[in-house]
Unconditional design. Structure first.
Length: 256
């Protein structure tokens, strides 16, 4: 495993479930999955902080490819690996599948349609310097808002705590602002380049995407009733059902 990544892990043996969080969050966002995984997942699971998030090192440049390369060491040759990624993590999962022996990818809550105004706003955020806060509470409030977790988790939740950092008596987000500059994904290209099976999923109430937008990508789409963008936080059992029997199934061979 890469020494540049902070990784939560559990379980034993194979297959391996790799869980990739969304922009602004950390690997702790999957903490609510642990009891379910202990009962229903037959092997190990790994939940890294993506580069520039939580306790992982920053990158000189943030692209889907550089993020995928950073997590690539977590995929072991000869071990069946399934990747479930949320939002940004779902795109990274697709980029990873093109370069590592991944059997299946589940992309949850991926924003697949972007307009110029949204992209310009993201680039402006990427150019901003780090914001500093005088109190821990102010930093926590900003982290929960940026990560979309406000109202879903408490300030003492590990997913909240790992998203902020204290330095010289002040507080900041652990998130590297430059990560906002990752851009819009080429979803048709990423899906075409993945030798792994691909499933897309969304919460019924997710404002980031629609059934029609995902349906145009010509892969299986699952809509999770009553859930929003952070469906994996709102209902781990409902989202875990996306895996079905995928852990034990035989996936396609990886094309180099």
């Amino acid at each position: 495993m890469s020494n540049d990544l902070r990784v939560r892990a559990g379980g034993d043996g194979g297959p391996v479930l790799l869980l990739l969080h969304g922009l602004g969050a950390t690997g702790d966002v999957w903490a609510g999955w642990e009891p379910q995984l202990a009962r229903h997942w037959p092997g190990r699971w790994l939940a890294p902080d993506l580069p520039g998030h939580g306790g992982s090192a920053s990158l000189a440049s943030y692209t889907f490819d550089t993020l995928a390369e950073a997590v690539r060491p977590l995929v072991e040759p000869g071990v069946r690996t399934v990747v479930l990624g949320h939002s940004l993590g779902g795109v990274v999962a697709l980029a990873l599948a093109a370069r590592a022996p991944v059997a299946a990818v589940i992309g949850l809550g991926i924003k697949v349609v972007w307009n110029d105004e949204e992209l310009e706003r993201a680039q402006a955020l990427a150019r901003r310097p780090v914001s500093w806060f005088d109190t821990r509470e102010e930093a926590l409030t900003r982290h929960l808002r940026v990560s979309g977790l406000a109202g879903l988790i408490a300030g003492d939740d590990p997913a909240a705590q790992s998203g902020i950092r204290a330095e010289d008596g002040r507080w900041r987000l652990a998130l590297d602002p430059a990560a906002f500059g990752v851009g819009a994904p080429d979803m048709p290209g990423l899906i075409a380049g993945s030798p792994a099976t691909v499933t897309l999923a969304r919460g019924e109430n997710d404002p980031m995407n629609t059934d029609a937008q995902l349906g145009r990508l010509r892969v299986p789409v699952v809509t999770l009733g009553g859930l929003g963008h952070n469906a994996h936080v709102e209902s781990p059992p409902q989202c875990l059902a996306l895996l079905g029997g995928i852990g034990a199934a035989q996936g396609p061979a990886h094309r180099p």
